[in-house]
Design a protein around this ligand. Structure first.
Ligand SMILES: Cc1ncc(COP(=O)(O)O)c(C=O)c1O
Ligand SMILES: N[C@@H](CCOP(=O)(O)O)C(=O)O
Length: 463
């Protein structure tokens, strides 16, 4: 399997190189040269298998010869051993046609653990073979950072720097990033919003001198391996509701468009997904783009669902690449418009292709709280604000007779203030984290400035 850049000008790479490279050297994102299709009987054969076995069968064709079958199986087993639910991603019925896919049973209580725990294993296997050391820099609006730190803390051949927007993540998210004591972990509170964090991260990748000097690696959804691991739960969920013999729809709480793009990949692989609905909070650039054909970036406004407070939705580029029939030049021009003019116009043909697959909706703050309250009262499920944004859209978009599956992307205890405001009750953290509020924090503040960040990183690593 070869991987190509969405901007068409970077070298083609194999799976391992694409995983270790992160952002392509032309500024684009790596995608598979071809998306392999699973036959109907292969999908049917996934019914009743363990999450790990489904993960193996779905991901194997993308990984090529990087790992032997046996080694890949073992890495998957280790990745999911720490999850506290035997099904890993259990599905619950809320109403006759509404289902919740719980993706928060991993170590840091958000869907990011599905990919990050696996990437941690894949990176370790790869680095111990090559003997290299890498510097991971990640940008987070709260959940990617905590999951990355958990996956890479204490590893001898990796330093992890996580840029998070100062004052714009929940206290639990912040503490998950600032309380680990391992010396290879560095939580950086950046003066800015998530888009600033992600922009500085991309600047570092696009500074090829710096990138090579520190052997920069990325674990945001920039990294194809992140997306790949997230494809798996679309399969387990759909198959548990009757796929490949029954169509299903998904609603995905959306910010950086990585999770919903993983659903797009599952659909391309042959999973009978009818529609994929992107649910946004009031930072609704993706919703507006899909409705109007104009991607028009606004300022980020903080919300109850801070992990989705994003206006530069990185993986939208991967969807555009497909919508423009894999024309890297066309994507490069759109991305140039985005950086110069804060937006771009999507052609009619490309918009048609996008909206054939993707629907969208936006949930305002009051409706988010109301949805948390209503879901708790009517079903007994306490959901996080991101999930509530999704559920509110799912209820509006559900199609008669087609199961609608909403991704429950985080545990409610990561966002106790919003949940308490909605329900009057504060959701408790799992007992293994009960002392999170007592642990000392370690954090470095930094300006939104590339040179300052680069010198901070240089100063902390042993190049
Ligand atoms: C809890 C939660 N829900 C939803 C999202 C949005 O996912 P994506 O950025 O893949 O669109 C995020 C951030 O990634 C998140 O942390
Ligand atoms: N919501 C994310 C933002 C980063 O997204 P990623 O999927 O590109 O890593 C977060 O919680 O950090």
């Amino acid at each position: 399997m070869n991987y190509i850049s969405t901007r068409g000008k970077a070298p083609e790479l194999g799976f391992e190189e694409a995983m270790m490279t992160g952002l392509a050297r032309d500024g684009g994102l790596y995608v598979p040269g071809d998306i392999p299709v699973m036959a109907k009987d292969e999908i049917a054969a996934l019914t009743g298998l363990s999450y790990e076995e489904v993960a193996y069968r779905v991901m194997r064709p993308f990984v090529g010869r990087t790992f032997t079958d046996d080694a890949f199986r073992k890495l998957i087993a280790m990745a999911y051993a720490g999850f506290d639910h035997p099904a890993r991603a259990p599905i619950k019925q809320l109403e006759p046609n509404q289902f919740l896919l719980e993706l928060f049973h991993g170590p840091t209580l958000a869907f990011k653990d599905f990919a990050m725990q696996l990437i941690g294993q894949l990176f370790q296997a790869s680095l111990s073979r090559s003997g290299e050391r890498v510097t991971i820099v990640g940008a987070t609006s709260g959940d990617t950072g905590s999951a990355a730190i958990e996956a890479f803390r204490g590893l001898s051949n990796v330093d992890v720097f996580i840029l998070y927007p100062h004052g714009r993540v929940s206290e639990v998210q912040r503490r998950q990033m600032t309380t680990p004591t391992e010396a290879n972990v560095h939580a950086i509170a950046l003066e800015g919003d998530f888009d600033d964090c992600q922009a500085r991260l991309k600047d570092m990748f696009n500074d090829h001198g710096f990138r090579d000097e520190v052997r920069l690696a990325g674990v945001n959804s920039i990294n194809w391996a992140r997306v790949l691991a997230q494809v798996v739960y679309y399969f387990t969920a759909a198959v548990s509701l009757g796929a490949p013999h029954r169509e299903v729809d998904f609603t995905v709480p959306t910010g950086n468009f990585g999770d919903i793009y993983a659903g797009f990949v599952a659909r391309r692989m042959g999973l009978p997904i009818g529609r994929l609905f992107a649910a946004t909070n009031h930072n609704d650039v993706v919703n507006r783009a899909l409705k109007s054909g104009y991607y028009d970036k606004n300022a980020v406004i903080p919300s109850f669902s801070p992990s989705m407070d994003i206006q530069v939705s990185s993986n939208f580029e991967r969807a555009l690449f497909e919508a423009y029939n894999r024309d890297g030049n066309a994507v490069s021009l759109l991305m140039e418009d985005l950086s110069l003019h804060d937006g771009f116009k999507i052609s009619q043909g490309a918009l048609q292709m996008l909206t054939d697959v993707f629907g969208s909706g936006m949930t305002l703050e009051s409706a988010t709280l109301e949805r948390i309250k209503r879901t708790a009262l009517e079903t007994g499920e306490v959901v996080c604000p991101h999930t509530a944004v999704g559920l509110d859209v799912a209820v509006r978009k559900a199609r008669r007779g087609i199961p609608m599956i909403t991704l429950a992307t985080a545990h409610p205890a990561k966002f106790p203030d919003a949940v308490e405001e909605a329900t009057g009750k504060r959701p408790p953290l799992p007992s293994r984290m009960a002392d999170l509020y007592d642990r000392p924090e370690r954090v470095t503040k930094a300006p939104n400035d590339l040179a300052a960040l680069q010198s901070l990183i240089r100063g902390r690593i042993d190049t």
